[in-house]
Design a protein around this ligand. Structure first.
Ligand code: FES
Length: 315
């Protein structure tokens, strides 16, 4: 969901491989064999799937001088067409329109890294693990899935020193306990990609860590607006302008509709780009970015809304 629309490439599926029960890996290359834009671990491409739906997928191959882009896609049970159409219709020879790589989840230099993946969230995490491993860097990997049959790249993940692989069978009593990893803050940076409940758990256990150490990537379509959401008034303090945020639009979308150009990137409450000072009113925080102590005076306008009738923001 990048702000600016990028120029699209046409890429061809040159290989596909079943990785796990519902997960297929696709290798994409330019039909003329030309070069592709390099990328760093954590990057994704946006693909126009055969259904017409645009979907973001993490790149898992080495991005230094890529001849191909490799992605892995899980068929989502509740798919609105994107993942199902890739599984059913994208065969070798299929051509797809693709936006070039972007990266909302870049690895930062740090004394150590802890990588946490849940399910198909392994894709950006694997590219980071490969990159760190190839350079002899210290990192930890925790990979959680329901079962081995549903886990992509399992054999490779087992080869990383100290990797923790945990299958919980979907049973609450077997959920992984993260607290021992987070009890004492360490100088490492943590990267987490997976289902929303996993990311919320990591946010909860890391609340006492210094700001900026925990990074999230969220690919699931985010419910920015919920069925019981209500309209409210947004006051832009710098101009005194008042906008009505309707029940079915986010603050970000409302600002755009009013002709403003607020900064945004992930639009799922994880990257921090749209952080805005909250001057008055009570926010309904729905992001994974702000720490508890910052929530009184800040709001992530891509996902969060109001509990009060009115919010006043520093815009
Ligand atoms: S745009 Fe990323 S947190 Fe709002």
């Amino acid at each position: 969901m990048a702000v600016a629309r990028q120029e699209r490439l046409t890429l061809e599926v040159v290989a596909r491989r079943q990785l796990a029960r519902d997960i297929v890996e696709f290798t994409l290359a330019p039909p003329d064999g030309g070069a592709l834009e390099p990328f760093a671990p954590g990057a994704h491409i946006t693909v126009e799937t055969p259904s017409g739906a645009m979907r973001r997928y993490s790149l898992v191959n080495d991005g230094a001088a890529p001849g191909t882009y490799v992605i892995a896609i899980k068929r989502e049970a509740a798919s609105r067409g994107g993942s199902a159409s890739m599984h059913d219709q994208a065969t070798v020879g299929t051509r797809l329109a693709v936006e070039p790589p972007a990266n909302d989840f870049p690895l930062v230099e740090a004394p150590g890294h802890l990588l946490i993946a849940g399910g198909i969230g392994i894709t950006p995490i694997l590219s980071m693990a490969r990159w760190l491993h190839a350079r002899g860097r210290r990192f930890g990997l925790i990979y959680l899935t329901r079962s081995p049959e549903e886990a992509a790249y399992l054999d490779e993940c087992r080869t990383f020193p100290g990797a923790i692989i945990h299958h919980d069978g979907g049973r609450p009593e077997r959920f992984y306990d993260f607290w021992p990893h987070f009890e004492t803050p360490r100088p490492e940076h943590v990267y987490c990609c997976g289902p929303r409940p996993l990311m919320e758990e990591i946010k909860a256990v890391s609340g006492h860590w210094p700001e900026g150490r925990i990074h999230f990537e969220d690919f699931a379509p985010v419910e920015v607006v919920r069925p019981d959401d209500r309209p409210f008034t947004l006051v832009l303090a710098r101009s005194g302008r008042e906008l009505q945020v309707p029940a079915d639009l986010s603050i970000l979308e409302t600002l755009r509709a009013a002709g403003l150009k607020p900064l945004s990137s992930c639009e799922s409450g994880t990257c921090g780009t749209c952080r805005t000072r909250l001057l008055a009113g009570e926010a309904d925080h729905r992001d994974l970015f702000l720490r508890e102590e910052d929530r009184r005076d800040n709001i992530m306008i891509c996902v969060s809304r109001a509990r009060s009738e009115k919010l006043v923001v520093d815009l």
